[in-house]
Design a protein around this ligand. Structure first.
Ligand SMILES: *[C@@H]1O[C@H](CO)[C@@H](O)[C@H](O)[C@H]1NC(C)=O
Length: 320
């Protein structure tokens, strides 16, 4: 208890001492995060020519021991200076959320090959260089939610073979390029809520063996290729509040049938927009929907008719 109070006091004291420095670390052992740099950065001009990061290491510690870089709440920077990754090459966490980042220069993360968590949420990023995440082969958790991203580069995620969770919600993404997630073989959760998506293609989420949850509610989706449902292993697809599924399709009064009906238009619209898909056998089965037996196999069979059910698609049933 006393130790905690003393270390909080030291952190505060260092914060005060670092006032006026553009880039400084207050080093501390954090129970959850191990040896960490609590970074204060004041870089409203987006300079990237820093030659030093001030701050005194704890006894016996060096740059190579730093496991986490966590910005202090008073920080402000419109970029991510490359000196950080070049100095702290073993860092696992890089938390740079909510400090006004507008751009990330090429090669910014080249020094951070051990990163498992990269948090850039709640900034003002509208563009990222196409190879920006290439060095991050160990990354498990990437948050670029709450930014101003309108298009996803087909190159961004190519090397992220260990990524498990991808937060892209609250942006202005208009399209999911086909196969953009193709390398993410470990991806389990994908958050695309609150974007400007209009169409879901069959190849948007396919070939991802570990994908379990997809959140795409609050978009403008008007059409879904029905082959999209052929996602082995997916357990939750939340599609509330889209154009072709207007209103709450999952709420207390939702029934299996009402949700099926609500989403049906998504698939019909896709055929209208992309008529060539009518040749696929699943599409054909969609054209004659009269009752349970003609519904796309297993599509929403795991909906519960009970109150409070959630939109869950169990693909085990799909394959039966
Ligand atoms: C970095 O660039 C700025 C603006 O060009 C300049 O004023 C500053 O002296 C430079 N700093 C270093 C350390 O080179």
């Amino acid at each position: 208890m006393m130790d905690n109070i003393i270390s909080i006091f030291i952190v505060l004291l260092n914060l005060i001492l670092s006032f006026g420095q553009k880039l400084s670390c207050t080093y501390a052992n954090n129970e959850e995060f191990e040896y960490s740099c609590y970074m204060t950065i004041q870089n409203p001009d987006g300079l990237n020519n820093f030659t030093d990061i001030s701050g005194e290491h704890l006894a016996g510690r060096s740059d190579y021991d730093v496991q986490n870089i966590i910005r202090t709440i008073s920080s402000k920077s419109i970029n991510v200076p490359s000196i950080i990754c070049n100095k702290f090459q073993n860092t696992k966490t890089f938390a740079f959320g909510s400090i006004g980042v507008e751009r990330v220069d090429e090669n910014t993360f080249d020094g951070c090959k051990e990163l498992t968590r990269l948090w850039l949420y709640d900034n003002k990023i509208s563009y990222l260089p196409k190879n920006i995440f290439d060095p991050l082969v160990n990354l498990e958790d990437l948050a670029i939610s709450n930014n101003k991203i309108s298009s996803i580069s087909i190159e961004w995620f190519t090397n992220l073979v260990n990524l498990e969770v991808l937060y892209l919600h609250n942006n202005q993404i208009e399209d999911i390029p086909k196969k953009v997630f193709r390398s993410l073989k470990q991806l389990s959760k994908l958050y695309l809520t609150s974007n400007n998506l209009k169409v879901i293609h069959s190849e948007s989420f396919g070939m991802l063996p570990n994908l379990k949850e997809i959140y795409i509610y609050i978009n403008q989706i008007n059409a879904i290729d029905e082959r999209m449902i052929d996602l082995t292993g997916v357990e939750i697809i939340d599609m509330n509040d889209n154009v072709c599924a207007s209103g709450r399709i999952i709420d207390d009064s939702a029934t299996r049938q009402s949700m099926r009906n609500a989403l049906q238009r998504c698939f019909d619209n896709y055929k209208a927009l992309f008529p060539e898909t009518t040749t696929n056998p699943i599409a054909t089965s969609f054209q004659t929907i009269n009752g349970e037996s003609n519904l796309p196999k297993g599509c929403f069979d795991s909906y519960s008719d009970e109150k409070g059910c959630s939109l869950q698609v169990e693909n085990e049933r799909l394959s039966k």
